[in-house]
Design a protein around this ligand. Structure first.
Ligand code: RRO
Length: 326
């Protein structure tokens, strides 16, 4: 298990809560006041929304995924609410990296301490490298390379899942920045370890598991798919057991070399603790914000603290991967 930079040894007494239960975590050298992170895609579209998430208690915040050039995204309808979660076919809408950089600068000059993770998507090394340098230059504390958008076009999707491409993209980003490199993986079963292995070999610092599952919904009266993009990414409740399994597998395979972040269906402290026990060092929260609002960050964090206290632990790090140690 990864122990260097451990919270237990390095946390100053003043950073511990009165009862001695520290929520602070270290993620690839970044200090997070607690292990909750705003996931990419929700609220990460402006400095003010990123700042609202941080001031509501998010330990770190992630931008909406950016591409080098602007993308309109898909026409409506792009979201369907299901009883098991949310299906989206946004299609990477964003203004392009350059026009977004002032938002990153504004967030960084706000004085908020939650690190900012800049999410980028590229299909070749040159773009990945350019984008990573620009986003670091603007002040991002880490780069999250999204190699798993479920709503890319068919041709683009065909390239996702290629170990070779993941290796090239991660290498390009790694060469271009000094900040930590996160890689956001798809919820694949077959091939996940190989894809993650390519990212680890190429120099990734953190594996983020997982992006949304590809799915669809059909309107039985109209007799056609509801989403304009036909298929979409399923996030929320249904994703949790799938992403939890991915975290458990990745931690088992790579936990000695790299940290893992869990994402998918975290609504309350119990979900978050499951991810930590499976091997995640932090959890990203996205869909739950739509249903539970910004208070979810503080509620999840204080629930984790309550759990640590009740179970006799003194740091988050002590429980990371504990489900493997039995
Ligand atoms: O914008 C999207 O359609 C989108 C992205 Br980039 C992603 O990574 N995951 C997702 O569910 N939707």
């Amino acid at each position: 298990m990864r122990t260097e930079g451990g919270v237990g040894a390095e946390t100053r007494p003043s950073e511990r809560s009165a009862g001695g239960w520290a929520l602070e975590v270290e993620l690839a050298g970044l200090r997070l006041a607690n292990p909750t992170v705003l996931a990419s895609g929700v609220l990460g579209t402006s400095a003010s929304l990123l700042a609202r998430a941080a001031s509501s208690g998010a330990g770190a915040v992630t931008t909406k995924t950016l591409t080098l050039h602007p993308r309109r995204g898909n026409p409506n309808p792009v979201v369907v609410e299901l009883d098991t979660g949310l299906l989206n076919s946004m299609g990477l809408p964003n203004p392009g990296l350059e026009p977004f950089l002032p938002e990153i600068r504004a967030y960084r000059s706000s004085g908020l301490r939650s690190p900012l993770i800049g999410s980028i998507w590229a299909l070749n090394s040159e773009e990945a490298s350019t984008m990573a340098s620009m986003i670091q230059e603007a002040g991002a504390n880490a780069v999250e390379l999204n190699v798993s958008c479920p709503n890319a076009s068919k041709d683009e999707l065909d390239t996702i899942g290629s170990e070779q491409l993941v290796r090239e993209l991660v290498e390009a980003v790694r060469r271009s920045v000094s900040v930590p490199v996160f890689v956001k993986l798809p919820p694949l079963h077959w091939g996940l370890t190989k894809l993650a292995g390519a990212a680890v070999d190429a120099g990734a610092d953190v594996l983020v598991a997982t992006n949304a599952l590809r799915g669809m919904a059909i309107d039985v009266r109209a007799r056609r798919p509801i989403l304009s993009g036909i298929t979409g990414g399923l996030s929320g409740r249904a994703l949790k057991p799938v992403a939890l399994r991915a975290v458990y597998e990745l931690y088992g395979e790579f936990g000695d070399e790299i940290q893992v972040v869990g994402v998918g269906g975290v609504q309350d402290w119990r979900d978050a603790v499951e991810y930590l026990l499976a091997g995640a060092s932090a959890v990203e929260i996205g869909t739950a914000l739509i249903y539970r609002g910004l208070s979810v960050f503080r509620r999840v964090a204080s629930g984790i603290e309550g759990y640590l206290r009740e179970e006799g632990f003194h740091s988050v790090e002590e429980i990371v991967g504990a489900a493997r140690r039995g």
